[in-house]
Every structure is written in structure tokens, then in C-alpha cells.
Write a protein that binds this ligand. Structure first.
Ligand code: NOJ
Length: 483
């Protein structure tokens, strides 16, 4: 069986994980220093959000050199040491592969413009009506040539042309470069944008709701021709060829029913329907069923990442313990975003804005200790301040059996004992319930106690004492074992 089948992958957002040199920005040596935390959690791997050189228009997702490390994070030597230290602890390491676009400052943009998607304008305007995710048209006019280049995200992120064999070969080389350095897999960014309609047809106005949250302006159109092209398959086949048996997890931001073709070459895709489901029985159950069915075992369950509000802000602080039970008892890969395991909340919106799309609040540093200004993250001035280290930190929760951190550890330790498969069960209204072999999981999404129809031994509770006389407490979850 592959190492990753039921693994927990811990997402490290390097700028905010651990600083080792006092410049207020996290780095590779800092990550190495904190590997023990990831290992002690029970994770099988860590995923590094981009550490490549980047002008930071999109905080690392605008890559200007795919085979180097940005000096702010360290050197390739630091990277090699991190990989070796991770492997010494039985941790695998995943890189973030960003194949859809580069930074506009990548040398390819000036030296090999043919590697990007260009078109002539329509009259004075852009070639078609496609929109960029973060706002405005998906095309920007190049003053020198008068032609327009495509960018699915910020204008500083021109889209690569995957119909050009030189792009395919170059990106395969990138994959091989990191594989040769010992990397065990890749989380692949924005993969549904990899290839677009060759005829550049206009996207139609949105009809039925998309099924996942989208920025308001972007949601006006149905992205029929600008995303999710059937030709993406060939591009993925090329990435798979270069990656060998490395784990490939796709960030495919489409409803689960459309993820099948991606899974011909990827091992797993993020289950975004569950990520975004309101914390209520019916939508949660529907999302679990839809993602499990579509992915046939290739669901990567995830409830938070660096792009969206943190879990307590989305589902309510009262539900995070039950959410942990849900996330970590579903079959397959599970992803935990740094800080999630101690219940970190969104930071305030401050005057100094780094991300123009408003995602700074989700990216504040990990709170290692209770000191409010630096929280053990840095000895300098942190690029984003800790939010509430006095209230929650790794140090204050570690060893406290009532803490969220210890609940994450216990749940991850329990995973190997859970049986195969997933059978959804009917329980009381408001309760999401399923069987994993002999184990039963029940998650109460409501503020009322709920009856449980099974008499079974309690294996794990989201907080001490939620099950008494066959009843599950408000916002509580439980794992039971049938006799
Ligand atoms: C998804 C990444 O998670 C996000 O942070 C980034 O802005 C876009 N892809 C574009 O690369």
C-alpha cells in the first residue's frame, strides 16, 4: 500500500511557520527546527507552500525561478537538510508545484514569450470576456507589442501556454529537479486552469450556481472555456510521467462531480465541497457523499488553508472540536493547515496590506508560545503579528488532555484502527454519522443534545463526557466501536 493512502499532510505556510534568523519571516531552517511538532502530531508528511524566488505579487504563487529557493527562506543546502531531517523522522515532504502561470518577472516572460498565452485584442478591448479570479479582465495589454497576455489570477502572473511543448518539457524538468532532491510529492496549484479553449470563445453568463464560493465579480460568468478543458488530461499525463510514483494532489477548484478526469493522473484532489459546506447536517453529508463518490478513494479532505478564513471563523469556535473529528475520521488523505490544530483564528485587517485579495488574516504566524508580541515565531518583528498567543499556543496546549492539540493528536493516532470504506448512517436530525468498519462516528452539528441510536463502546470523544445515556452533547462528536 502507498505510504500516503490514509496519511495526514500538514500544510506549512513558510512565511508564517518559524523564523530562525530574526528577520520576522519564517524560513527553511525554522521549519527544520519545528519538524518535531509535525511528527508529534502524527502527520505522515508536510506540504510546503511555495518557497521559490518570487516578487510576492501573490506571495510565492508568482514564481520567478522554479528550481531555486528564495533567499528569504534560505538556500538549496537548507532545503536538502530539511528533506533529510524530515525523512529521518519518517515524514515525507511535498512541494507546491505552480504550473499554470509564472511571475511576470520570470526570465521566460521576456526571453521566451511564446511560452505564454497571447492574443490580439477585439477592437480596443481584450480578446474575449474572460475574467481574472481576483478581479478585472483576465487579459492585460503589453504596451510594446500591443498584444494581450492571459492571466487567470493577478496581472503579475501570466498564464503559461501548455500547448507549447517547450512548456511541458520545462515543467517536467522542474518536477524531476525536485524529485532528484528527494521530494516525495507535489500539491499542484490551480490545475483546472492549465489549458484553455484554443478558439478563446467568450464564457457565457453564469446560469446555475457554481457549487463552490467564488469572488462576486468572477461569479458573473460560467467559466466554460477559460477553465476545466478536457485537454488538461494530456498535461497531467506529462506531469505524471516526470513525477513517477510521487504523490500528486490537485488543487482542482471545481465541483467534485467534475474531478474524474483529473484523477486519471493525480492521486487525489482536494474535497472543496466539504471545505465550504455550512456546518449543518444535510450539506455536510451531501458534500461527504459527493466527494467520496467522485474521487473513488482519491479525496484529500481539508477544512482550512491559506486562502480562506480559518476554521473557527467559518464554522464557529464551538464546532472546531467536532470538525476535527469529522476531518480526521474520513477515509483517505487529510490535510491540516498550520495553526488549525490549536484553533488559531483570523487576524485583524491591518493598515499594511500584503495580499490584495484580502487573505492576510488567514496567514498570521503559528503561535508556539504565549508571549503576545512574537509567540515564539521570531526574535524580530513578525511580518504579521500573532493574533492571540496568550489565549492559545502550542506550548500551552501540549500535554493538556482537554486541549484541541491533544484531540488532533489522539484522532491522528486512532486513524490506523478505523476500518476501510465509508458507509453513511442515519441518526438524529442534525447529526452526521457514518461507519468505518466496526467504528461509528457521530458529529452533532447543533446546539442541542441529540440521541444516539447505537449502544456501543466509546473510543474517543470530542470533549470529555459528550455521550451520556445514549445522548451526544451540543456541538460534540464521538467515535464508537460496535461489539
Ligand atoms: C491557489 C493558491 O492556493 C492561491 O494562494 C493562489 O493565489 C492561486 N492558486 C494562484 O496561484
Amino acid at each position: 500500500m502507498s505510504w500516503w493512502r490514509d496519511a495526514v499532510v500538514y500544510q506549512v505556510y513558510p512565511r508564517s511557520f518559524q523564523d530562525s534568523d530574526g528577520d520576522g519571516v519564517g524560513d527553511l531552517a525554522g521549519i527544520e527546527r519545528r519538524l518535531e511538532h509535525i511528527a508529534a502530531l502524527g502527520a505522515g508528511a508536510l506540504w510546503l507552500s511555495p518557497v521559490y524566488p518570487s516578487p510576492l505579487a501573490d506571495f510565492g504563487y508568482d514564481v520567478s525561478d522554479h528550481t531555486a529557493v528564495d533567499p528569504v527562506y534560505g538556500t538549496l543546502g537548507d532545503f536538502d537538510r530539511l528533506v533529510a531531517s524530515a525523512h529521518d523522522r519518517d515524514l515525507r515532504l511535498l512541494m507546491d508545484l505552480v504550473p499554470c502561470h509564472t511571475s511576470i518577472e520570470h526570465p521566460w516572460f521576456s526571453e521566451h514569450p511564446d511560452r505564454y498565452v497571447w492574443a490580439d485584442g477585439r477592437g480596443d478591448g481584450p480578446p474575449n470576456n474572460w475574467l481574472a479570479t481576483f478581479g478585472g479582465p483576465a487579459w492585460t495589454r503589453d504596451e510594446r507589442s500591443g498584444r494581450w497576455y492571459l492571466h487567470s489570477f493577478y496581472p503579475e502572473q501570466p498564464d503559461l501556454d501548455w500547448r507549447n511543448p517547450a512548456v511541458v518539457a520545462a515543467m517536467q524538468d522542474v518536477v524531476r529537479f525536485w524529485r532528484a532532491r528527494g521530494v516525495d510529492g507535489f500539491r499542484i496549484d490551480a490545475i483546472d486552469r492549465l489549458v484553455k479553449d484554443e478558439r478563446l470563445r467568450d464564457d457565457p453568463p453564469a446560469g446555475a450556481p457554481f457549487g463552490l464560493p467564488l469572488p462576486a465579480e468572477y461569479a458573473r460568468l460560467e467559466h466554460l472555456y477559460s477553465t476545466n478543458s478536457p485537454e488538461i488530461r494530456q498535461a497531467l499525463a506529462a506531469l505524471r510521467e516526470a513525477a513517477g510514483d510521487a504523490l500528486l494532489v490537485g488543487e482542482v477548484y471545481v465541483p467534485s462531480a467534475a474531478t474524474g478526469p483529473y484523477l486519471e493522473h493525480l492521486d487525489a484532489v482536494f474535497a472543496f465541497e466539504l471545505f465550504h459546506a455550512p456546518w449543518e447536517e444535510v450539506p455536510l453529508r451531501a458534500a461527504i457523499e459527493a466527494c467520496a463518490k467522485a474521487s473513488k478513494g482519491g479525496a484529500a479532505w481539508v477544512l482550512s488553508n491559506h486562502d480562506f478564513a480559518r476554521l473557527p471563523n467559518r464554522v464557529g469556535a464551538e464546532n472546531v472540536r467536532a470538525a476535527a473529528v469529522l476531518l480526521l475520521t474520513l477515509p483517505g488523505l487529510a490535510f491540516v493547515y498550520q495553526g488549525e490544530e490549536i484553533g488559531q483564528v483570523d487576524g485583524p485587517v491591518t493598515e499594511r496590506v500584503y495580499d490584495r485579495a484580502g487573505r492576510d488574516p488567514f496567514r498570521h504566524p503559528v503561535q508556539w508560545g504565549p508571549e503576545p508580541e512574537r509567540a515564539g515565531f521570531t526574535t524580530g518583528t513578525p511580518w504579521l503579528a500573532p493574533v492571540d498567543a496568550g489565549e492559545r499556543s502550542v506550548a500551552s496546549q501540549s500535554g493538556d488532555p482537554a486541549s484541541l492539540l491533544e484531540l488532533y493528536r489522539a484522532l491522528i493516532a486512532l486513524r490506523p484502527a478505523l476500518g476501510p470504506g465509508l458507509t453513511m448512517l442515519d441518526a438524529a436530525p442534525g447529526v452526521v454519522a457514518y461507519a468505518r468498519g466496526d467504528h461509528l462516528v457521530a458529529v452533532n452539528t447543533t446546539a442541542e443534545a441529540a440521541g444516539l441510536p447505537w449502544a456501543a463502546e466509546t473510543v474517543l470523544e470530542s470533549e470529555p463526557g459528550p455521550v451520556s445515556a445514549g445522548s451526544l452533547g451540543p456541538h460534540a462528536a464521538v467515535v464508537l466501536r460496535r461489539d
